[in-house]
Design a protein around this ligand. Structure first.
Ligand SMILES: Nc1ncnc2c1ncn2[C@@H]1O[C@H](COP(=O)(O)OP(=O)(O)OP(=O)(O)O)[C@@H](O)[C@H]1O
Length: 593
């Protein structure tokens, strides 16, 4: 509800609301920026006063204020100028520092919040959104905001202060000429905003296109070995070229409008300047305006009108930033499809009984993978699941981990519906060695320790020994401190699997899931791991999925999956006696057939 209503706010408003905790700094930065601009306007005024001193001497403005001697008047003016410049530098320094700190803080907070929200989203979201697009939001879009906060916000404040201060002073000093000098302003404003409204959709397109390039690059870099093995470099180069070209084109379309407006603005500004020069001069000649005020006005009229040329650039920056805000906020608004349950069950109290009660599940827009499937795994028992590839074995595990929610039926742990459990509790109970082992860039020890961050070196080595990994780790150049490379690419598939098993053993969960956990190791190593697993799986619920039946033959019960259901179950011996699918598979694998 709250998230939907947030969408109705304009992006700038949402950004400001985000900055709410920093409102003191924001106001301080605004005040310092206004002060700086006002002080920046003082020197032209002081020049006007100086002209007044040298022309009018004892009849000057300062003389009327009580300083008779023209030389003393000049001295006072000099001191005033030094003071103004000093204060201007100070306020500029403070404003810059405040804006930059704010930009850095907001950028940091937004990035961390967006990332944290992203982590909470369900797996289906990541399947529908490419890594490149998400990276471009987390990096490019958030950096764009920093640029705007660093420069754009400051410019906008400077602009409004400058225009209001000069406009009012003009009106007070020479109302006859002032309105003429301001005639171009409505035209400039109208043009600026008309042009910005045409620019906004083009910048949205640029941001989207930037996301697409990022996708392509991220995809290619992670698939570089495949590209090389298929000698597809030229093909990929063409695809990158096409994406980059599309980005260039969409940026070009935005730039085409953005540059066309500048020359037009100059014409308007020139007219304001010429009007002041001519009509102001005429008033001086007619004795209606003092020379000092005329000098000040000619000098300052450009200060009034030039910011309007910058306004279009700032609005340009603003539109780019708002396109980024929309993307960042869009991500932050994405509802969490798999929410936490309210119940908390301490890890130490979990027995590990798992029940799938009449569950039905289909991936988004696909046919049912599991149909009215039920399974009961008593606490502490070991079960094996076999079945054809694509039959839904891994899906069953992902449902237990609540990566997705079932459409019908329920899954229980120790009799509690997993939807009611806090997600982090639920996932604490489960040690999952997945089919696709993912190792993080870091050392072997860091990867084993992943998730059990307090584990000692000895515990890590002990877990590695049980996973039959200690020996090969010792032979690595830096042993446990060897860097495994991104995604563990400096290790073999079997070595990666053993690290993943060690990681799950170290976690010491009440429920252990082994999804093809030893598929990449040789028979001898697998036999050794199996011997270790006998010890590890004692008093722990274990669900093992395997194509190699020898891996699960000693399970308390083996389930055979087919056609969205379990079609057979029993011990290895019972299933052989049944002479069904399992027996057929066994005969094929053991070479009897
Ligand atoms: N994220 C997903 N979105 C849509 N369909 C999916 C997704 N993941 C898996 N599937 C489909 O669901 C079916 C079951 O996949 P699953 O990975 O559970 O099979 P499996 O029995 O573990 O297979 P294998 O033995 O090959 O590992 C497959 O047809 C697969 O194409």
């Amino acid at each position: 509800m709250k998230q939907n209503s947030a969408r109705t706010y304009p992006p700038l408003w949402r950004l400001l609301r985000y900055a709410k905790p920093y409102r003191v700094q924001v106001w301080a930065a605004v005040v310092c920026s206004i002060l700086r601009t006002l002080l920046d306007l003082a020197p032209p005024y002081l020049i006007g006063v100086a002209i007044d001193v040298v022309v009018e001497r004892e009849a000057s403005l300062l003389a009327r204020l009580g300083i008779q001697d023209p030389l003393t008047q000049l001295l006072v003016l000099s001191i005033l100028t030094i003071t103004v410049w000093g204060l201007e530098s100070l306020s500029q320094f403070t404003a810059d520092k405040l804006w930059q700190n704010l930009a850095q803080t907001l950028q940091h907070e937004l990035r961390v919040d967006t990332y944290n929200h992203l982590q909470e989203l369900d797996l289906a979201y990541f399947e529908d959104h490419s890594t490149g697009t998400l990276l471009s939001i987390l990096n490019d879009d958030i950096n764009q905001l920093e640029r705007f906060l660093n420069f754009g916000a400051k410019f906008l404040i400077d602009f409004f202060t400058r225009v209001s201060a000069i406009g009012i002073t003009f009106m007070l000093l020479a109302p006859g000429v002032a309105w003429l000098a301001m005639v171009p302003i409505p035209f400039i404003l109208w043009g600026t905003f008309a042009f910005q409204s045409r620019l906004a959709p083009r910048y949205d397109a640029v941001r989207d296109q930037a996301g697409l390039i990022s996708d392509r690059l991220a995809n290619n870099l992670s698939g570089i070995a495949t590209i090389k093995s298929f000698t597809a470099e030229a093909y990929e180069s063409d695809r990158v070229y096409a994406e980059s070209e599309a980005y260039r084109r969409s940026n070009g379309q935005a730039i085409a409008i953005s540059v066309a407006f500048q020359p037009l603005l100059r014409v308007f500004i020139l007219s304001g300047f010429v009007i002041t020069l001519y009509f102001g001069g005429r008033e001086v000649l007619q004795g209606q305006l003092s020379v000092g005020i005329y000098g000040f006005m000619v000098f300052i009229v450009q200060n009034l009108l030039w910011p309007f040329t910058e306004l279009s650039e700032i609005m340009d920056e603003y539109q780019r930033a708002m396109a980024s805000v929309r993307r960042v906020m869009g991500l932050l608004d994405t509802p969490i499809a798999v929410p936490h349950g309210g119940q908390s069950l301490p890890l130490g109290m979990v027995r590990g009984e798992v029940q799938f009660n009449d569950i039905t599940f289909a991936y988004n827009g696909r046919n049912n993978i599991l149909n009215h499937l039920s399974l009961h795994v008593p606490a502490g028992s070991t079960i094996g699941i076999v079945g054809a590839t694509g039959s839904g074995k891994s899906t069953l595990i992902k449902l237990l981990l609540r990566f997705y929610d079932v459409q019908n039926g329920c899954i229980l742990i120790d009799g509690i519906n997993i939807r009611e459990l806090h997600l982090s509790d639920l996932r604490q109970y489960i040690g999952w060695v997945s089919q696709d082992v993912f190792l993080f860039h870091g050392t072997v020890a860091e990867n084993i320790r992943y998730g059990s961050f307090d584990a000692t070196r000895d515990q890590i080595i002990q877990a590695a020994k049980l996973a039959e990994a200690h020996e090969f780790i010792e032979q690595l150049p830096q042993g446990y401190d060897t860097i495994v490379g991104e995604r563990g690419q400096k290790l073999s598939g079997g070595q990666r699997q053993r690290l993943a098993i060690a990681r799950a053993i170290l976690k010491d969960p009440p429920i252990l899931i082994l999804d093809e956990a030893t598929s990449a190791v040789d028979n001898e190593t697998e036999a050794a791991i199996q011997r270790s697993l006998v010890k590890i799986t004692q008093n722990r619920t274990t669900i093992a999925i395997a194509h190699r039946l020898s891996t699960i033959r000693h399970a308390d019960c083996i389930y055979v999956m087919e056609h969205e259901q379990f079609v057979e179950s029993g011990t290895h011996e019972q299933l052989l006696v049944k002479n069904g699918t399992y027996a057929k598979l066994w005969r094929v694998q053991s070479g009897i057939l």
